[in-house]
Design a protein around this ligand. Structure first.
Ligand code: AMP
Ligand code: GLY
Length: 426
């Protein structure tokens, strides 16, 4: 079977890399892909992005399965375009993808279905938003309603920061239409985890747990980013917490979407905040939904996946996910993101990347913001590489990943030194 992956990041490289393992996969296209997918044996880049053109390609080329990596094509209706032509594609429709593309939609949904989340209010009028912030006090969280490529959330520790965020979004239109409406929500404390499942409208298949590192700098300092590293499994997701997230968050979400007339098929990522206390009673609240796999969470998660991903994708698009079980490598996988100079503000591009190692079964360098310039690999975006290693313990996975990180060279590389610190704290 020929398969198509839509997207250009490390997540898409990891999905494509895994599908190459399937004995039933003959060819993997990545649209548009990156410098890593361009040079990876068995992968072919495809320079098209418009939903209708992708559907044209899929039908002309006889693509048997398409997987959508990022949120933008989902929100643009790529799944609707493929389904209208009877093409197999895994991802939610544009209407269902509102769980990610509108924070207000997600919050209304959560409240309507009594799924725990932070208290909130939604505003379009800056005066009303300022008044609400003064009434609630700080810390408080201001979120652009629409998709803002990871720049839409301001965790304001002071009233000043919160007011400034409202002025930027509602007043100055800093985020364009995405910020023309804001959700202002209660500040939550605890430990975050990424809980990702596959869903087929009705059945749910959980993937391995993971934990991201959103801040740029060690010790969770500095600005928010798309994610600077991740590992799997996440010890915070104990068997009790796992069952509670399934029962309190994921099942009511899939049931709620179906009963709202928007059956959800695709990867569903719940970012949850797990409060303090005993596992049986500590609060678990939804921070956000993403209608896709996480990046960089996908890279360590898929390094651990032993089952054939194509079997699961096919079952999911055919509504028989209940027939699938996934086999996970019990070891720990850990991915360190190497980002370019000036990320996340204005990432510098064009730096040559050298000293990349050969991939092995237990260490893979997934590419994101890279491009091939003749024979030279260059940086072309904020997050450049995700160096991912699999080992018996968290410590060893971390050592293996950083040994490779220290070897790879490009000017101005930024990375954290403390990925998985929560798993290692005693
Ligand atoms: P989101 O895109 O909604 O996940 O927000 C990005 C990051 O902001 C999250 O991963 C959290 O670290 C933080 N965040 C979002 N909402 C809250 C909240 N209500 N309380 C505390 N931190 C939050
Ligand atoms: N790593 C966070 C995300 O994919 O949204």
């Amino acid at each position: 079977m020929k398969v198509l992956i839509i997207g250009s990041g490390g997540r898409e490289h990891a999905i494509a890399w895994h599908l190459l393992k399937s004995p039933r996969v003959s060819q993997v296209f990545v649209a548009p892909g990156n410098g890593g997918t361009a040079t990876h044996e068995g992968l072919s880049n495809l320079n098209i992005q418009a939903p209708e053109e992708l559907a044209d390609f899929a039908s002309r080329e006889g693509i048997g399965m398409t997987v959508v990596g990022p949120e933008a094509p989902l929100a643009a209706g790529v799944v609707d375009a493929f389904k209208a032509r009877g093409l197999a594609i895994f991802g939610p429709t544009k209407a269902s993808a509102q769980l990610e593309s509108s924070k207000d939609f997600a919050k209304q949904f959560l409240v309507r279905h009594q799924i725990p989340t932070a208290a909130y209010a939604t505003f379009e009028d800056p005066q009303a938003a300022h008044a609400y912030i003064d009434q609630q006090g700080a810390p408080i969280v201001v979120k652009a309603d629409g998709l803002a490529a990871g720049k839409g959330v301001v965790v304001a520790m002071t009233l000043d920061e919160a007011h400034t965020a409202v002025d930027a979004m509602l007043g100055d239109g800093a985020l364009g239409q995405a910020g023309a409406r804001v959700v202002i929500e209660e500040f939550l404390t605890g430990e975050e985890a990424s809980f990702i499942v596959m869903a087929d409208g009705q059945n749910i298949l959980p993937l391995a747990s993971s934990q991201d590192h959103k801040r740029l700098l060690d010790g969770d300092q500095g600005p928010n980013t798309g994610g600077m590293g991740a590992y799997s499994p996440a010890p915070i997701v104990s068997p009790v917490i796992h069952d509670r997230i399934m029962r309190e968050v994921i099942q009511p979400t899939i049931e709620g979407m179906a009963s709202d007339g928007l059956p959800y098929s695709g990867f569903l990522y719940a970012g949850v905040m797990i409060g303090d206390g005993d596992d049986a009673t500590r609060p678990i609240k939804v921070l956000e939904f993403n209608c896709r796999m996480g990046d960089p969470e996908t890279q360590p998660i898929f390094l651990r996946l032993r089952s054939d991903l194509l079997d699961a994708l096919e079952a999911a698009t055919q509504g028989r996910l209940n027939e699938i079980t996934l086999d996970w490598d019990p070891r720990t996988a850990l991915g360190v993101v190497m980002a370019s100079a000036n990320y996340p503000d204005t990432p510098r591009t064009g730096d040559a990347i050298t000293n990349l190692p050969q991939n092995t079964d237990t260490c893979v360098v997934f590419h994101a913001g890279t491009t091939l310039d003749g024979q030279t690999l260059r940086t072309s975006g904020g997050r450049v590489l995700c160096v991912t290693a699999l080992a018996d313990t968290v410590e060893e996975a971390r050592e293996d990943a950083y040994a490779i990180v220290d070897q790879i060279q490009f000017e101005g590389a930024q990375f954290r030194r403390d990925i998985a610190w929560r798993a290692l704290k005693s």
